[in-house]
Design a binder for this molecule. Structure first.
Ligand SMILES: NCCC[C@H](NC(=O)CCC(=O)O)C(=O)O
Ligand SMILES: NC(=O)OP(=O)(O)O
Length: 324
């Protein structure tokens, strides 16, 4: 794997999941990253991604540099050819090139603005880092995707499933704010790669990008979708059609034990952070139905597998370069 920007960067998903499971079992400190540095830039808040990816890098022997780029760094200009006479002090061309002098892998978190669909879909921040950095780039949740989360989710389902082809339901749930579609987009792409019975349920108006969901069943009746589910993945997202808008806060979509009665004793998943009694009720989060802490735990091993593959590919490329 050269970069980890999107799930399409994964060459062999089963091999990557096996690697993550083995790293979890071994829980050993490795040396492959010795003398290498991971630089992480956050334009938005984080708890899990920041700490689990740092831990993963350290378990591989890497050093880690972290910067809250949104608040501590110079405001960055991303436009090519811009006349920089406003508040933006540094161009991405220099910033990415300079970071590449300090880091062997650069990882970036940059959420969508949720104002202009085209702009968010252009993934300007992440793609600019990819274009102007001379080292691999990892997505720590961008405008349209969260591939490290999706890998963790696949690992967690693989670990917990009791049958080969479990029924997995991704359900929209209410939230007081308009949130990105990044997590459900990546989860959908991941489920399409697995041999599961996958269904998405959301209220009318909340259908995800049809380019992403095109081969997946979308049901607007939540109770119908939840029937016999083995896994219920809960997430809020803002409207794609009415881009970035919060259309309703329909409280009846919150996941509670009452809702889970129709399921096959389903395990409930959420990427976290979760708003209790808004998205998921206490009676679920405080019960054995909840798999959210295991998901968060698995973030370390998913990130470790990704960073290890990137380090291996970089090492191979430099060996080839030497022999050329
Ligand atoms: N990284 C996991 C989720 C991040 C983000 N959630 C949030 O912004 C929740 C914020 C709040 O609850 O106020 C999202 O939905 O993509
Ligand atoms: N799930 C997740 O990405 O959590 P953070 O936003 O806390 O990193």
């Amino acid at each position: 794997m050269k970069n980890y920007i999107d799930l399409s960067d994964i060459k062999d998903l089963q091999a990557l999941l096996t690697e993550a499971s083995e790293l979890k079992k071994a829980h050993a400190a490795l040396e492959i990253g010795k003398g290498k540095t991971l630089g992480m830039l956050f334009f938005n808040p984080s708890l899990r991604t920041r700490l689990s990816t740092e831990k993963a890098a350290k378990l591989l022997g890497m050093d880690v540099l972290v910067m809250n780029a949104g608040s501590d760094g110079w405001a960055l200009e991303f436009e090519d050819g811009a006349i920089m006479n406003s508040n933006k002090a540094e161009h991405i061309k220099e910033a990415a090139a300079v970071l590449s002098q300090y880091c062997d892998i650069i990882a970036v978190r940059a959420f969508p603005e949720l104002k202009d669909r085209k702009e968010d879909e252009a993934e300007n921040i992440l793609n600019s880092f990819k274009n102007y950095a001379s080292v691999p780039v990892v997505n720590l949740e961008s405008a349209t995707g969260h591939p490290l989360q999706a890998l963790t989710d696949a690992l967690t389902i693989q670990e917990l499933k009791k049958k080969d082809k479990p029924k997995v339901v991704l359900t929209w749930a209410p939230h007081p704010k308009a949130l990105p579609q990044s997590v459900p987009n990546s989860f959908t792409k991941m489920m399409q790669k697995m041999e599961f019975d996958f269904v998405i349920t959301n209220p009318e108006g909340y259908d995800l990008n049809p380019e992403i969901t095109k081969n997946t069943r979308v049901v607007h009746n939540q109770d119908e979708a939840l029937k016999d589910a083995d896994f219920v993945y809960v997430k809020n997202w803002s409207s794609y059609e009415d881009y970035g808008q919060k259309l309703s806060e329909d409280k009846s979509w919150m996941i509670s034990q009452e809702k889970l009665k129709a399921t096959n004793n389903a395990r409930v998943m959420h990427c976290l952070p979760v708003r209790r009694n808004m998205v998921i009720a206490d009676d679920v989060l405080d019960s054995s139905s909840s798999a959210v802490i295991l998901q968060a735990k698995n973030r370390t091993f998913a990130a470790q597998a990704v960073l290890k593959e990137i380090l291996e590919e970089t090492a191979n490329a430099s060996e080839l370069g030497k022999n050329a």
